[in-house]
Design a protein around this ligand. Structure first.
Ligand code: ATP
Ligand code: MG
Length: 915
C-alpha cells in the first residue's frame, strides 16, 4: 500500500467513527515559551487538556508534522544511523476530549491495524501500565482486560512508569498508556527469539508504532507538603548523580493524583513506521515516503544506495557511510524545508539555529561522503514538494522560496566547511587525551560555522571526543561579552481571585474596570519587573507583530503604570511599574489612546501595503514577518530582488489612494475559518488559526486578512503613508519600513525644512538640482587643478632640495625643514630624491598642512652599508614632535602633535648623523 493511501485510510477510518479531521498545526510554535517546535500531536490541543479552552468537536483526528531535535524529545543523534527515528515525522492521531475512553480507543486501534491495514496479528505486541508503588499508581487492569479480547496474554507486556505512564509536565493531566509494537524480523529470527523479549529494547526491527494515552488523572501539589518551593530547592541544590530518579521520587512524594472529571484519549502513531510495517520492509527509508528522495540523491551523486536490508544484514566499509549520508539527507531536507515553509528561517539563535544545525549536518554528510562540493540540498525541493503537495500545501506553494533560502545557506556554509574540516585534521595530531578542547570546538563554531553537534559527530567518526562542557563555558563567555542574554528569573504566579482566562475587550473599549487575578515578580538585568493578570482587559497584548498597549490602572488610593502587555499562551500579561498594595481593589484601567491610535494607523497601513505589494510585484508576495508600533511599521515579505524606485513609488501611490478613499473597516469576529477563506482571506503559512477567526477587510476587492490586531475605523485616519527603506533581510526575503500619520507628517516637514535650508544656502536658485550639480562639477575641476599645482610645487621643492645636497663622509646629506600640502607629496619628494642620489641621506622635518611629520630616506647604495636605519632614526626624531612612527630600514615616516618641534628635529638629526 502506498503512503498516500495509508494516510488517507487513517483519516477516513476515524472520520467514519465520528471524528472531525483537522489540519496539522505549524511545525514552528509561537506563543509557547516551553517549546520551540511541535514535537507531538497533542501540542496543538494542550489548552483543551488543561481546561483553558473547549474543543468544538469532542472527537478529532489528524496528521501532525512533528520535529524531535531539541528539549525533552531529541532523536537527532539516531537519525540516519538507525532507520526508524526521524527529525521531522508525521504523527497520526485520534483524540477524545471527555468523550470515548479506553474501550473504543483500543478496539479501533486494533480494528484499523489488523482489519484495514491487514497487519499480521502474530507480529504485534501491546504494552499496558504495570503500576508504580512509589507513586501509588495501580496496574492498568482495565486496558489489560480490553486487550485480552484481541491478543493472547503472552503478547501483553506490563511496562514501567517510564514507558507506560504519560505526563504533560510536573503537574497537570496524566495517565497510563498502552503502546503497540511490531516485530518485523524474519520468520527464522522470530522463532529463535520471541518478540516480547525485544519490545522496548531498542531493537531496530521490533519497534513501537502507536502510543495510546489515557488521560485520567490530574497531578497536583499535596497541600500537606512543601509544594513547588521544595521542588525548586531540589532543582537548584541537588548535586547527586542520580538526579533524575531522585527528582521523580520527590515529585511523587510532594504530589497527589485525582481523577479527571473529563477523561481524554490522546494517541500518536508514527506514520513512516506504519508505512514500513504495512509493507513489511526493514527500514523506513525503503518506503515511498523516502525512496523518491533517496533515488534522486543516488542519481545525483552517482553512488548506489545499496542497503535495503542494512539492519538485518549489516555490512561494513564505505557503502555503509554513503548509505547513512543518503538517509541523513533524505531525512533532514524534510525538516529544514517544512520549518522554512512554516516561517522559521535558519539563523544564529533559538529555533532558527536548530534549523541551521540540521541543515549544516546534511551539507557536511553530502560533502564528506557523497562528494557534493556545490549546493545540492536545494535541488531536492521539487521532489519533496511533489510527494506531499496534496497533504501539506504550504511546501508546494512556497517551493521556490524555500529552495532559494536553502541554496543560500548551503552556499554560505560550503565556503568555510572545507577549511573547518582541514582545521580539525590539523588539530587531530596534537590532541591531549584524544579530546578536542572547549576553545578548539568554539573556534570551529565561531570561525567556521560548525555547530557543536556537528563537531562532536565528526570527532566520533574519527575516534576522539569533544569537551562539550568546555565549549559551553566558551559560549557562555561570548554571551556575557555580547550581553545578548540578560539573565531572567521568573517567580511563581500568586493567585488573588479565582484563576480564570482573561477576557480581551480592547477591540471595543480603551477603558474598563478590572480586577487582579494573579501576579508575579521577575528579575531581569537586576531590575525587578512586575506582572499582573486581570479578569478582563482593554490592553492589547503583543501579537501578530503589533506591540502591546501601555497605560495605567487606578484605584481610589493608587495608580500603577502599565509599561507593556504580552501574551503567554492564553494569558494576557501586563507589565507594571510596581505591584498594587491592595490586590483586591477594583481598578479603572486606561489604555494610552494616542499610542494605540498610532499603532492602529500603522497596522492598517500594513494590510494596505501587503495588498499593494501583491498588485505591483505579484502573487508570490507573502508576509514573512511584521512589526507594528506607534512609530513605524516593518513588513517582511517573500520577493527575490530589490524593488526598483518605480515599484516603490507605485506601491506608495496605491496605499495613499486607498487612504484617501477613506475605506470603512469591515471587522468580523468568530467567522468559521472555511468561510473566511471563501471571503478571500489569506491564511499565512506557519500561523495557527482556530476554527473561528477574525477577518479584517478594507474593500473586499483589495485587502482581506485574518488578523487579531487593532485597526482604524476607516483608512482616512492613516493620513499619509511613506516608505522610508527597502532592504534585504535574508535570501528571498525583503523588508519595507514605512511610516504613517504624525510620523509621516514629521518626515515630510523635516525633509522640506532641509531642502529650504539648502536652497537658502545656495541663494534660492531657480533650479536647485542643476545648481547643485554645477557646484559639484566646479569642485571637481578645482580639485584637479589643485592637484596639478601641488605636483608642480613638489617638483620645484624637490629640485631645490637636490641643490642643497651636501656631499660628505661618503653620502649626500639633505637635512631640511619644509612645508608641503599632503603626506603623499612628502613621500613622492623622498622617492624622487632617492632616484637622483644612490648615496642619499635625507631627513625632512615637514609641516604637512599644519601637522608635523618627519621622513627619513636612505639611498640604495648607502642602505647596503647598513650604517643608518631609517626606522630607528625616525623613532628617535619623532620624540621632538610628540609623536611616533616607523617603517623600513631605508624609508620611514612619523607623525606627531607638536608643530613647534620641527626645528629641534633638524638639530637632533644633525647631531645624530654627525657623531
Ligand atoms: P521511541 O521510543 O521509538 O523513540 P517514543 O516513545 O519516543 O518512541 P512517542 O513519544 O510515544 O514515541 O510517540 C508516538 C509515536 O510516534 C511512536 O509510537 C512512534 O511511532 C512515533 N515516533 C516517535 N519518535 C519518532 C521519531 N523520532 N521518528 C519517527 N517516528 C517517531
Ligand atoms: Mg523517543
Amino acid at each position: 500500500m502506498d503512503s498516500g493511501s495509508i494516510r488517507r485510510k487513517f483519516l477516513d477510518f476515524f472520520a467514519s467513527k465520528g471524528h472531525t479531521i483537522v489540519p496539522s498545526a505549524p511545525l514552528v510554535l509561537k506563543n509557547d515559551p516551553t517549546l520551540l517546535f511541535t514535537n507531538s500531536g497533542m501540542v496543538q490541543f494542550k489548552d483543551f487538556f488543561l481546561g483553558n479552552a473547549i474543543s468544538k468537536s469532542p472527537r478529532i483526528a489528524d496528521t501532525q508534522k512533528c520535529l524531535r531535535v531539541s528539549g525533552k524529545h531529541n532523536d537527532l543523534e539516531e537519525v540516519g544511523i538507525d532507520t526508524y527515528h526521524h527529525t521531522m515525522f508525521e504523527m497520526l492521531g485520534n483524540w477524545s476530549f471527555g468523550d470515548y475512553f479506553k474501550k473504543e480507543a483500543i478496539e479501533w486501534a486494533w480494528e484499523l491495524l489488523t482489519v484495514e491495514y491487514k497487519l499480521p496479528k502474530d507480529r504485534l505486541y501491546v504494552s499496558v501500565f504495570g503500576g508504580d508503588k512509589d507513586d501509588n499508581l495501580a496496574f492498568d487492569q482495565e486496558a489489560f482486560d480490553l486487550w485480552k479480547s484481541f491478543v493472547s496474554e503472552d503478547r501483553i507486556i506490563q511496562g514501567s512508569k517510564k514507558d507506560n505512564f504519560w505526563e504533560m509536565a510536573d503537574l497537570g493531566p496524566c495517565g497510563p498508556c498502552s503502546e503497540i509494537h511490531v516485530d518485523l524480523r524474519s520468520d527464522a529470527e522470530r522463532k529463535a527469539v520471541p518478540g516480547r523479549e525485544l519490545v522496548n529494547n531498542d531493537h531496530p526491527q521490533v519497534i513501537e508504532i502507536w502510543n495510546l494515552v489515557f488521560m485520567e488523572f490530574e497531578r497536583y501539589w499535596n497541600p500537606q507538603k512543601g509544594g513547588s518551593g521544595e521542588m525548586l530547592k531540589f532543582d537548584l541544590d541537588y548535586k547527586g548523580a542520580d538526579k533524575k530518579a531522585a527528582r521523580e521520587k520527590l515529585r511523587s512524594n510532594l504530589t497527589l493524583l485525582k481523577p479527571l472529571p473529563n477523561k481524554n484519549v490522546d494517541t500518536g502513531m508514527g506514520f513512516e513506521r506504519l508505512c514500513r510495517a504495512i509493507n513489511l520492509v526493514s527500514s523506513n527509508y525503503d518506503t515511498d515516503v523516502f525512496t523518491p528522495l533517496i533515488r534522486f540523491i543516488s542519481e545525483q551523486s552517482n553512488i548506489a544506495y545499496q542497503d535495503t536490508t542494512y539492519l538485518t544484514n549489516p555490512r561494513q566499509g564505505s557503502s555503509e557511510k554513503t548509505d547513512i549520508a543518503m538517509r541523513v539527507i533524505a531525512d533532514h531536507i524534510r525538516a529544514v524545508s517544512f520549518a522554512i515553509a512554516d516561517g522559521q528561517l535558519p539563523s544564529n539563535t533559538g529555533a532558527g539555529y536548530v534549523i541551521r544545525r540540521i541543515l549544516r549536518r546534511a551539507v557536511r554528510y553530502g560533502y564528506s561522503f557523497l562528494n557534493f562540493k556545490e549546493p545540492f540540498l536545494y535541488s531536492l525541493l521539487p521532489v519533496l514538494s511533489n510527494q506531499l503537495k496534496d497533504v501539506f500545501t504550504e511546501l508546494e506553494a512556497q517551493k521556490d522560496y524555500v529552495s532559494k533560502v536553502i541554496f543560500e545557506e548551503e552556499n554560505a556554509f560550503l565556503r568555510t566547511l572545507d577549511k573547518g574540516l582541514k582545521r580539525i585534521e590539523s588539530l587531530e595530531g596534537e590532541l591531549a587525551n584524544k579530546t578536542l578542547t572547549g576553545e578548539q570546538a568554539f573556534e570551529l563554531y565561531d570561525t567556521f560555522g560548525f555547530p557543536l553537534d556537528l563537531t562532536s559527530l565528526i570527532a566520533r567518526e574519527r575516534g576522539f571526543s569533544v569537551d562539550e562542557d568546555g565549549f559551553k563555558v566558551e559560549m557562555a563567555k561570548q554571551k556575557s561579552r555580547s550581553k545578548a542574554d540578560a539573565a531572567k528569573e521568573t517567580g511563581d504566579w500568586v493567585l488573588v481571585g479565582d484563576d480564570q482566562k482573561p477576557e480581551f475587550i480592547g477591540y471595543d473599549h480603551l477603558e474598563s474596570e478590572v480586577n487582579v487575578v494573579k501576579y508575579r515578580k521577575m528579575k531581569q538585568k537586576n531590575k525587578e519587573l512586575f506582572q499582573l493578570v486581570f479578569d478582563r482587559t482593554p490592553f492589547y497584548a503583543e501579537s501578530g507583530g503589533q506591540e502591546g498597549d501601555t497605560g495605567y490602572i487606578e484605584s481610589a488610593n493608587e495608580k500603577i503604570f502599565i509599561t507593556d502587555t504580552k501574551k503567554e499562551n492564553e494569558l494576557i500579561v501586563h507589565f507594571a511599574d510596581k505591584l498594587p498594595v491592595n490586590m483586591e481593589a477594583t481598578f479603572h484601567a486606561v489604555v494610552d489612546r494616542h499610542k494605540r491610535q498610532l499603532s492602529m494607523d500603522n497596522h492598517s497601513a500594513t494590510h494596505l501595503l501587503h495588498a499593494a505589494l501583491r498588485q505591483v510585484l505579484g502573487k508570490h508576495v507573502e508576509q514573512k514577518g511584521s512589526l507594528v508600533n506607534d512609530k513605524i511599521l516593518r513588513f517582511d515579505f517573500s520577493h527575490f530582488t530589490a524593488m526598483t524606485p518605480e515599484e516603490i513609488r507605485k506601491v506608495e501611490d496605491i496605499v495613499n489612494r486607498k487612504v484617501r478613499e477613506d475605506i470603512v473597516l469591515d471587522e468580523r469576529r468568530n467567522v468559521p475559518i472555511e468561510q473566511a477563506k471563501t471571503l478571500g482571506a489569506m491564511a499565512l503559512f506557519g500561523e495557527k488559526y482556530g476554527d473561528f477567526v477574525r477577518v479584517i477587510t478594507f474593500d473586499p476587492k483589495f485587502s482581506v486578512e485574518l488578523c487579531g490586531g487593532t485597526h482604524v475605523s476607516s483608512t482616512g485616519q492613516i493620513g499619509l503613508f511613506k516608505i522610508v527603506s527597502e532592504s534585504s533581510v535574508a535570501a528571498g526575503v525583503r523588508r519595507i519600513e514605512a511610516i504613517t500619520a504624525e510620523e509621516a507628517e514629521r518626515f515630510v516637514r523635516e525633509s522640506v525644512d532641509i531642502l529650504d535650508q539648502v536652497k537658502s544656502l545656495l541663494k534660492n536658485p531657480k533650479d536647485l538640482i542643476a545648481t547643485t550639480k554645477n557646484l559639484l562639477d566646479e569642485k571637481h575641476a578645482l580639485e584637479k587643478k589643485l592637484e596639478v599645482y601641488q605636483q608642480e610645487q613638489a617638483n620645484q621643492l624637490k629640485d631645490k632640495l637636490a641643490l642643497k645636497a651636501v656631499k660628505q663622509n661618503g653620502y649626500h646629506l639633505i637635512l631640511e625643514k619644509v612645508s608641503v600640502p599632503t603626506a603623499d607629496v612628502l613621500k613622492n619628494i623622498a622617492y624622487g630624491l632617492r632616484n637622483q642620489f644612490d648615496d642619499l641621506l635625507l631627513v625632512l622635518a615637514a609641516d604637512v598642512d599644519g601637522k608635523p611629520q618627519v621622513a627619513v630616506m636612505i639611498g640604495e647604495k648607502l642602505a647596503q652599508t647598513n650604517t643608518y636605519h631609517a626606522g630607528n632614526l625616525v623613532k628617535e626624531l619623532a620624540k621632538e614632535i610628540d609623536g611616533g612612527g616607523g617603517g623600513q630600514p631605508f624609508f620611514a615616516t612619523a607623525g606627531g602633535k607638536n608643530l613647534s618641534g620641527l626645528d629641534a628635529v633638524t638639530e637632533k638629526a644633525r647631531k645624530l648623523i654627525m657623531k
